[in-house]
Design a binder for this molecule. Structure first.
Ligand code: TYD
Length: 216
């Protein structure tokens, strides 16, 4: 893939991903490194509308394949409209989640819980089509025990969104699946997300800088 770098952040719900991304973007600003930031599901007008359906607790009866395809549809639009053109222009793109989220949440974690056999392979194929196989250069995986993480994810009123409210077993399966994926993919760097935001930020920076040059 010619041109700019593509960095993604992954992790279970409540692992501090949003905080760590904000700190990483502040670092890029301080260093005068230009970047484009986007998030999944979302990042374009069409993808944000798909996001509303995906996270709406009123859509609880959504079929598993519908969920896979909606995530992939949101991602296909984001890839075409924003990420591919930016990379071709030599820009650094930072994205909150990418295909790994679908492989883990819709694929591996469900297989692990015996919910859907063969799902992981289907998710990979659909997403390969959606993204023309575009892979990140480096992926930061924030890793934290789900018991601690879900305490962090709750809103001030104790509320959880449609996926967050799936229960601790599912979130344990998500964590195990991410760690298994990291063993298969050299681009995925596992970062211990326990401790203060500053301490985790230092680990994130070290992991990114050891994996890739930020300016080519
Ligand atoms: P996100 O907005 O990143 O939430 P958080 O800040 O809590 O990490 O993601 C929202 C939810 O969408 C999250 O529970 C993970 C889920 N998700 C999937 O299940 N599959 C996917 O492909 C993506 C991108 C997200």
């Amino acid at each position: 893939m010619p041109g700019g770098k593509f960095i993604t952040f992954e992790g279970g719900d409540g692992t501090g991903k949003s905080t760590q991304i904000a700190l990483f973007l502040e670092y890029l600003q301080r260093e005068g490194i230009e970047y484009i930031f986007t998030r999944e599901p979302g990042g374009t007008a069409i993808s944000e509308r798909i996001r509303q359906i995906l996270l709406d607790p009123a859509c609880g009866e959504m079929a598993d394949m519908t969920e896979v395809l909606l995530y992939a549809a949101a991602r296909a639009q984001l890839a075409r409209e924003l990420i591919l053109p930016a990379r071709n222009d030599g820009k650094l793109v930072v994205c909150d989640r990418w295909v790994d989220s679908s492989i883990v949440y819709q694929g591996m974690a469900k297989e692990m819980m015996d919910l859907l056999a063969g799902q992981e392979e289907a998710v990979r194929v659909v997403n390969g089509f959606a993204t023309v196989g575009m892979e990140p250069d480096v992926t930061i995986l924030l890793d934290l025990d789900p018991a601690e993480a879900l305490g962090r994810a709750q809103g001030p009123d104790g509320s959880l969104d449609r996926i967050e409210s799936r229960g601790e077993d599912y979130h344990r399966a998500v964590r195990e699946s991410y760690l298994a994926l990291a063993e298969q993919e050299a681009r995925i760097r596992v970062v211990d997300a326990a401790g203060s935001a500053e301490a985790v930020h230092a680990r994130v920076l070290a992991a990114v800088l050891s994996a890739t040059e930020l300016v080519s």
